[in-house]
Design a protein around this ligand. Sequence first.
Ligand code: NAD
Length: 260
Amino acid sequence: MRLDGKVAIVTGAASGIGKRIAEIYAQNGAAVAIADLNPDGANATAKELTDKGAKAIGVKMDVTSEQAVDDGVAAVVKQFGHVDILVSNAGIQIVNPIDKFSYADWKKLIAIHLDGAFLTTRACLKHMYARGKGGAIIYMGSVHSKEASKLKAPYVTAKHGLIGLAKVIAKEGAEHGVRANVICPGFVRTPLVEKQIPEQAAALGLSESDVIKKVMLKDTVDGKFTTVDDVAACALFFAGFETNALTGQSLVVSHGWFMQ
Ligand code: NAD
């Protein structure tokens, strides 16, 4: 699945899963915009890619800001001419039991995951529809798009919501050749997860190694973390699949933690 001539915007691509997706897309011929709240990280990732001969730019973007998203997508289209692929990946995690969850934290998490998905989708669809050459919208869901865990009320709510959004985009986008799908990874050892290990240990009264073995990987088939490469391979597949045959779907990549 090559992406030659395609332009991709990956949000949250200064780190973790998004960064690896940007690298794999660039290796497969796409021009890539690294859109992230962290401009230094975005520019550093873009430089790593351009140093290897790829086309890439860093874009400072807070996905919860309508203006920043519209301006950022417009800047990518100005630079590369069009946009074919959006990976709405930027995300955070905040763990707390629901009776202790602050409303501010709830709103912050929901805004990054759901407002961010809406705003980036709307901004990219406008260009995709106008150009008439279709496109791929990919949401970074989670096993928590299908399954719940303690302490993660807004995250589980938002990740379930992305599946609904993808199904609507699949129906509305079909006549324009725009497909929408969701990737649902299990635990991947990125900074987002490294931060959760001590937090969950404190909240659940477990050691950090027990959080990994008895909470995070307990239901996998082999006790292994999913990797950024596993998730990037799925993102390449969804981006490169050219017809409406594959749309409105969610793909779980989790070492069997969740089986459909
Ligand atoms: P990460 O912390 O390594 O990277 C997240 C990136 O998002 C960072 O570069 C951060 O600066 C950026 N970001 C945060 N808020 C932003 C905002 N408002 N606007 C733009 N960028 C913003 O995390 P990760 O583990 O790579 O997570 C990426 C996505 O994958 C998230 O949506 C997460 O929910 C999802 N996910 C992660 C795992 C996992 O185990 N790591 C599992 C399933 C799903």
